[in-house]
Structure formats: structure tokens, C-alpha cells
Design a protein around this ligand. Structure first.
Ligand code: ZN
Ligand code: ZN
Length: 127
């Protein structure tokens, strides 16, 4: 694959580009399949036809199973929110004891349904 940020060819599927330090799929300037330059707004590479839309980047790398279990067992401590980097709401969760259980339950339902978002606003849909 190629880094979508700087266009350098990468071996395997690394989390970080060795050349520019960015997440290889976070960029929009190059095609990940052929390394050609791409229009940031286009969904398909005009050179090779590969799909380069940002859809796959809209999913959080965090584990849905983790936040489901954490919100169920330790929801009142907001651990699942800390895990996702949502520190402030996590602290509120502790202070309110998970909204006396209601907030905790709501979070659990959202987590199970795959609609929970991490601090970057990406949905945690991968189990
Ligand atoms: Zn790069
Ligand atoms: Zn391409």
C-alpha cells in the first residue's frame, strides 16, 4: 500500500507511515493502491479504480467488545469513556455514578449497537 498522506510505498499495513509519521490512511492526497495523486474529494482513484473514500477511516480502531463489557460492568466509573479518550465525560460519569445507572445503561445500549463514538467522533463498530 501507499501512504495517503505523502505517497510513499509502505510494506504491509502499518499504523504509522515511516516517512511522514502520519496514519497512512488518514491522508487524502494519494491513492493507497497505486500511489498516484488523488483529489481529496473523490471516492475512487481515477488511475487504478481503487476505492479511496474515507468510509473505512470513519471507524474507530477501538474495540466494541471492550466498551460493551466496560460500560456494563464498570459503567458507573466511566472506564469505557476513558478508554475512548473522552476524559471529561468520563469524570462526569464518576461524579454522577453513571447518572445513577441511567446514563450507564444508555451508554451500554449505544455501545452494543455500535454507535458509540471515540474522542475523534469515529464510531466504534469493530468488535
Ligand atoms: Zn507518509
Ligand atoms: Zn490508484
Amino acid at each position: 500500500m501507499f501512504c495517503r498522506n505523502c505517497g510513499k510505498e509502505l510494506i504491509g499495513n502499518p499504523d504509522m507511515c515511516m516517512s511522514c509519521g502520519a496514519k497512512p490512511l488518514s491522508g487524502t492526497s494519494f491513492c493507497k493502491a497505486c500511489g498516484g495523486t488523488t483529489n481529496p474529494l473523490s471516492e475512487i482513484c481515477v488511475k487504478c479504480g481503487a476505492r479511496i473514500s474515507k468510509v473505512e477511516n470513519n471507524v474507530s480502531p477501538k474495540s466494541r467488545l471492550a466498551i460493551t463489557l466496560l460500560s456494563f460492568f464498570l459503567g458507573f466509573l466511566g472506564i469505557h469513556r476513558f478508554y475512548l479518550g473522552r476524559i471529561v465525560s468520563g469524570i462526569f460519569m464518576i461524579l454522577t455514578l453513571g447518572g445513577l445507572g441511567v446514563w450507564e445503561l444508555v451508554d451500554f445500549i449505544i455501545a452494543v449497537s455500535g454507535n458509540f463514538k471515540d474522542k475523534n467522533g469515529l464510531k466504534v463498530t469493530n468488535w
